[in-house]
Design a protein around this ligand. Structure first.
Ligand code: NDP
Length: 310
């Protein structure tokens, strides 16, 4: 149990957190960054990234995050592997306490806790989680070599996962609740052109089928337009239906929108509490891109520095 004192505490270790740290360290603020449960954030469970500038060849999400971490360490960010459990923003300096019993006393705080994967909310989905139901193709796709799998969702993540799985599995059924994909055009084209991927349009998963401990054997799909139900046989189901912000910690303390994303001042990362900033996916659900989160981390850090020098 350690008591840390710092000018700047950064909560979260995705692109926003690391970038905020890099800027702050280079400004001599000696920031402390608390990583959270999933060091490196959402990108560590993404396959290849080909739209982060500076990498002419695609780079793996995990590798990109490891490089950001290394860069943060190299410029002097103090990294602490821990999870903030409680924050007291009622007066300055702010006091945050962690799962491991550490206390962080900070003149300013940058929140970069990101957003986590969403689930369908079916009992059968919960029952087979880890037994055929997965939230990460990169992590679990390996187990489905030569098998039939399904992916739920119509965004870039679903498209990404479907394409990744098509390289491994025998077949991929993409289940989407509407009749057009939300994914970028280029991703849509790749999915629709891929002979291994079949799309079930206007469909949702009504039930995941299987038996324990063997796991998933199929799913009941429901057509949302006709109400018609049908069964498909699959060995694995990958849920890729978006994210929810990691802001439970700040409920009743910081302003947030209906979905729980932190509200910041226009063109700024400043929250409703002076000296508390929010950067990345936790305050911007619209873009959810690594490069945007990194940019946001930079803004938060520059704003925080200005605040500290006031
Ligand atoms: P999105 O919010 O973009 O898409 C979620 C998808 O899931 C939508 O198609 C949505 O349907 C569907 N959905 C949501 N809730 C349910 C539900 N309860 N039942 C069934 N379907 C549901 O999330 P993503 O995770 O795909 O992407 C998040 C962000 O990350 C995006 O901005 C994306 O562009 C970005 N991203 C970028 C990548 C890259 O550049 N390589 C890779 C992966 C993600 P509907 O369309 O009807 O709303």
């Amino acid at each position: 149990m350690t008591e840390y004192k710092t000018k700047m505490l950064i909560i979260g270790s995705g692109p926003a957190g690391y970038t905020a740290g890099i800027y702050a360290a280079r400004s001599g603020l000696n920031p402390i960054l608390v990583s959270g449960n999933q060091e490196g954030g959402q990108l560590t469970i993404t396959t290849e990234i080909e739209n982060f500038p500076g990498f002419p060849e695609p780079i793996g999400g995990l590798e990109l995050m490891q490089r950001m971490k290394q860069q943060a360490e190299n410029v002097g960010v103090t990294l602490v592997t821990d999870l903030i459990r409680h924050v007291d923003f009622s007066s300055r300096p702010f006091v945050c306490t962690s799962e491991n019993g550490n206390t962080f006393i900070a003149d300013c705080v940058i929140i970069a806790t990101g957003a986590s994967a969403r689930w369908l909310g079916l009992d059968s989905e919960k029952k087979f989680l880890g037994f055929g139901v997965s939230g990460c193709a990169t992590c679990d796709g390996f187990f489905y070599r030569g098998k039939d799998v399904a992916v739920v969702g119509g965004g870039n993540t679903a498209a990404d996962e479907a394409l990744y799985l098509a390289n491994i599995a025998k077949s991929v059924t993409l289940i989407h609740r509407r009749n057009e994909l939300r994914a970028d055009k280029v991703m849509q084209e790749r999915v629709l052109k891929n002979e291994k991927i079949k799309v079930e349009w206007d469909s949702v998963v009504d039930e995941v089928l299987g038996e324990m401990p063997k796991g998933v054997t199929g799913a009941v799909l429901k057509n949302v337009k006709t109400g018609e139900k049908k069964e498909i046989s699959v060995d694995g189901i990958f849920i890729a239906i978006g994210h929810h912000p990691n802001t439970d910690l700040f409920k009743g303390i910081l302003d947030m929108n209906e979905e729980g994303y932190l509200i910041t001042k226009p063109d700024s990362c400043q929250t409703n509490i002076e000296g508390v900033f929010a950067a990345g996916d936790v305050q911007n659900p619209n873009f959810r891109q690594a490069v945007v989160a990194a940019g946001s981390g930079c803004i938060a850090s520059l704003e925080a520095e200005k605040f500290l020098n006031k």
